[in-house]
Structures are given as structure tokens and as C-alpha cells.
Design a protein around this ligand. Structure first.
Ligand SMILES: Nc1ncnc2c1ncn2[C@@H]1O[C@H](COP(=O)(O)OP(=O)(O)OP(=O)(O)O)[C@@H](O)[C@H]1O
Ligand SMILES: [Mg+2]
Length: 290
């Protein structure tokens, strides 16, 4: 018999997270590291506390998105650095939604950073580190079979809804959602039907977030552009989301584990309620063959 308390198997180690085998089939554990990379891992650093913040921010945003009917991989948070998620087959795309010009869009098209786009812009990048995640069109995606037309319709529809919701959520706490990156994954239903879930993470590592009044950057651009106080920026985002109540962060930036545990309990109660509602619609694992 398999001993569940034995050291769990590492399935994949990425630049920002480690994926471990989960406690039941169809689940994996995401462990959020403090490692930061930029420019296709040419620039590297360890940012103490980043993993804890991204874990909390991403769990919270995914849980909020579930409440408006966006299916996500998030199941529950486990501890300060880990969350339990559904195991998916990742669609090899980075789906980017932009509201304001920044980053590579400015470089490519010569736009001034901060220009408000006439409408949200959805872009696709092929997830391939060796090729440097090149931008691709929907036609490339269909032609090479990375996703089919039905999946693309679903992904694009979800991207728009997620952007609408997150724009409102962030503007209510004085932040501009400049742009963000998403990954989607597939799971299979009982009859071979495919469900698309929002996967990976949504955090200041994957969003550009500016203070609405001052345009101060509170995201990974602080690291990319050597602006300093990177973790402080992420902390500010978490604080405004109501994820860092009084007492969570003590002297010298240390996290109070008792307060953190209480927060997890609250979030998991919410998650439990949600799962009862959604468990029928999105079965846990791929049907076994034969
Ligand atoms: N629910 C999930 N099930 C399976 N894999 C997932 C899930 N969510 C995210 N992943 C994958 O787990 C990995 C997370 O690690 P991390 O974000 O550190 O990767 P990365 O360094 O950005 O590399 P990659 O180029 O593979 O995305 C990514 O490859 C991501 O696509
Ligand atoms: Mg990643």
C-alpha cells in the first residue's frame, strides 16, 4: 500500500514553482518558490517572501474567479507556500490580455508605455523556452494543433471575462491592471468530453499592476527594471486585497504563522462550499482506459 505520508514525488520543477504529486489521482500540489527570473531566465534572484505572497494572491484570485463561474484548477490552499490544484494537461500557450501598453508591446510597436489601448488586446505566445516563447496567431495554434477552434473560442471568451472581472476587482482597490498572462489546461470528463480550466497562477509575477494615482509599479517589473523593493510591491498588492491583516507580518518582514494558518482556514471553508457546488460539473480525473 502506498504511504501517503512518505516524501511526495516531484513531477516538475519550473522557474517559480515546483509541482508535486497530489494526495489523490487528478490532483497536484503547487509549491511557490522565492526564485525570480526574467528575460527568459537570463536574470535571476531569490526574493525572500515572494512565494508566500504569490501563493496567497493566486489562491485568492482563482477562488474569486470561481464565484463568477470561471472554472479554475484551484482546489484549496495547504500551507503558506503550497496549494492543491487539479492536474491538467497544460495548453502550450501563454495567453496575454493587455489594457494599457507596456513591456514587449511597446518595444515591438514603438508605443509609449502607459498608452491606454482602444480595447483590450488578446495575444498568444507559444510556450517554448528554447524558442523564447514566440508570439503566434490563432491560425498558428490551429494549424499546429496546440488547441482546436472550440478550445480557442472557450479560451478567448474566458480571457475576456477574466479581464473584465479583474479590472473591476483591482480598480476597486486603487490598482490598474495593465496586462496579465494566463495559462489554461484541459481535463477530461467521464465521456471523453474536454473541460478547459484556468491554471498556473495569477500573481504580481504574471500581472502588471500600477497604483491608480501615481502609476507606481507593484509587480515583477520592479525586478526586471531594477526598481528595488520588489517584495514590498507584492506585499502592497496582497494588503490591498485584504490578504495581510494586522499581525501577519511582524518585525523584519517575518510572517506570523498562526495568523497565516487562520487565513488559510477561512479560505478553505469558502473553497469547500464551492467544491460541493462544482464537483459534478468538473470530474477530477481522466477516465481510465480499458
Ligand atoms: N494544474 C496544473 N497541472 C499541471 N501543470 C500545471 C498546472 N498549473 C501549472 N502547471 C505547470 O506547472 C509549471 C509551473 O512552474 P513554473 O511557473 O515555475 O514554470 P516556468 O518556469 O514558468 O516554466 P514553464 O515554461 O514550464 O511554464 C508550469 O510548467 C505550468 O505550465
Ligand atoms: Mg510560470
Amino acid at each position: 500500500m502506498k504511504n501517503l505520508t512518505s516524501k511526495r514525488k516531484k513531477l516538475y520543477e519550473g522557474k517559480a514553482k515546483i509541482v508535486y504529486e497530489g494526495p489523490e489521482p487528478g490532483t497536484v500540489i503547487q509549491y511557490f518558490k522565492d526564485d525570480a527570473t526574467a528575460f527568459n531566465a537570463q536574470k535571476k534572484a531569490v526574493l525572500s517572501g515572494k512565494g508566500v505572497l504569490n501563493n496567497r494572491i493566486s489562491s485568492h484570485l482563482m477562488a474569486r474567479l470561481e464565484t463568477i463561474g470561471i472554472p479554475t484548477h484551484f482546489l484549496r490552499s495547504m500551507n503558506m507556500r503550497e496549494q492543491l490544484v487539479r492536474e491538467v494537461d497544460i495548453v502550450p500557450l501563454e495567453v496575454v490580455v493587455r489594457n494599457i501598453a507596456a513591456g514587449s508591446l511597446c518595444k515591438r510597436l514603438g508605443l509609449t508605455e502607459g498608452t491606454i489601448l482602444p480595447k483590450p488586446l488578446v495575444e498568444f505566445y507559444y510556450k517554448n523556452d528554447e524558442l523564447g516563447d514566440p508570439m503566434v496567431s490563432e491560425d498558428h495554434i490551429i494549424t499546429f494543433g496546440w488547441a482546436d477552434p472550440y478550445e480557442m473560442e472557450e479560451i478567448i471568451g474566458m480571457a475576456w471575462r477574466i479581464n473584465d472581472y479583474l479590472n473591476g476587482l483591482f480598480s476597486a482597490i486603487g490598482l490598474k491592471l495593465v496586462d496579465f498572462k494566463m495559462e489554461f489546461g484541459r481535463i477530461w470528463g467521464e465521456y471523453g468530453d474536454v473541460y478547459i480550466l484556468l491554471s498556473d497562477e495569477i500573481s504580481p509575477d504574471t500581472c502588471r499592476l500600477w497604483d491608480a494615482k501615481t502609476d507606481k509599479k507593484l509587480d515583477k517589473d520592479r525586478f526586471r527594471q531594477d526598481l528595488g523593493d520588489v517584495v514590498e510591491g507584492y506585499q502592497e498588492v496582497a494588503k490591498r486585497l485584504g490578504l495581510i491583516p494586522e499581525g501577519l507580518i511582524g518585525e523584519g518582514g517575518n510572517i506570523n504563522e498562526d495568523v497565516a494558518a487562520q487565513l488559510e482556514e477561512i479560505e478553505n471553508d469558502l473553497a469547500k462550499e464551492r467544491q460541493l457546488k462544482s464537483v459534478k460539473k468538473t470530474p477530477l480525473s481522466k477516465p481510465r482506459k480499458g
